[in-house]
Ligand binder design. Sequence first.
Ligand code: NAI
Length: 337
Amino acid sequence: MRRGRRSGLYTLVAVHSTALGPALGGCRMWGYGDTRAAVRDGLRLARAMTLKAAAAELPLGGGKGVIMVPPGAPVDAERRRAVLLDFGDTVEAFDGRYVTAEDVGTSEPDMAVIAERTGHVSGLARARGGSGDPSPWTALGVEEAIRVAGERVWGDASLAGRSVAILGLGGVGAKLARRLADAGARLVVADIDPARRATAEALGAQWTTPPEALAAAVDVLAPCALGGVLDEDTVPALRCRAVVGAANNQLADDTVADQLAARGILWAPDFVVNAGGIANIAAELDPGGYAPERAEARVRGVAATLRAVLAEAEAAGVTPLTAALARAHRRLAAAGS
Ligand code: NAI
């Protein structure tokens, strides 16, 4: 963790594991109330990245970058550039053990600024030889996962007529909404940013408040905003049959998986469902470089991973979370030896 000499703002990098490869994880730019909250978030997100890469059988470890901006006060363009350069220096200090990418609050042009200070940047624009913004790929992976949940719960992977509530209509949420609408799903959507309402209306989706979206009577709830949305207060209010979304760290803690199972709600582990973005980035490491066709096949692999996790959970009589953690830990243990 460092205080940037250009911006005066704190940036941090958390490396959770390099057992399977360099620790890859996006850079989150967010208004945290205090540095402890930022550190806690960075550490939790880094662990989730380890599990995600391991469960998806990617040659990557887990890490995360965080840029702490003042809460509620927008950062002007000059200071934004300054803090991105400061973050680039923090990344460079890890000498390749951490590789950054986009996450909440950062975008493809931001990666180009970070790349002025370090070579350990993925998700650069296609024109620069990178794999580009991962969010469309994450959305594709989430769609695949919703279809797999459909197979399990209703014996039908089709999205036509399926009702889905999407919480968070940002980079991933909006692209997921478009994909689901095109496939014939009925959508209820919410975001704390009122500017997203236009996107909802353009899709013919019903716009509502975040608490109402969370408790909507729908087939599937897709959390696509920030983490911690499922806890002992929100789970009893859910009226969906399955929860399948992009947000990292959806559960306030691991015991919430048991509460969801007890209510008969299928929770598809977030780190399995949202691996599409990192699967696309991993294609940058392929011999010969990034090729979208190969990347797409890997992203669609989210379906096979989730199918395997749900089958293992059923066979062992455990929650999908327990089965997914066991899968990730098996792979990490094999690498450790
Ligand atoms: P984003 O920043 O583009 O979108 C997040 C959206 O959620 C914003 O529109 C924001 O206004 C909204 N939001 C924030 N708090 C909210 C709340 N309490 N209720 C409703 N809406 C709220 O971020 P992005 O990239 O779409 O990521 C969404 C989630 O998916 C994050 O948890 C991220 O870590 C995760 N994820 C993203 C990946 C990617 O490829 N971008 C890959 C894997 C996971």
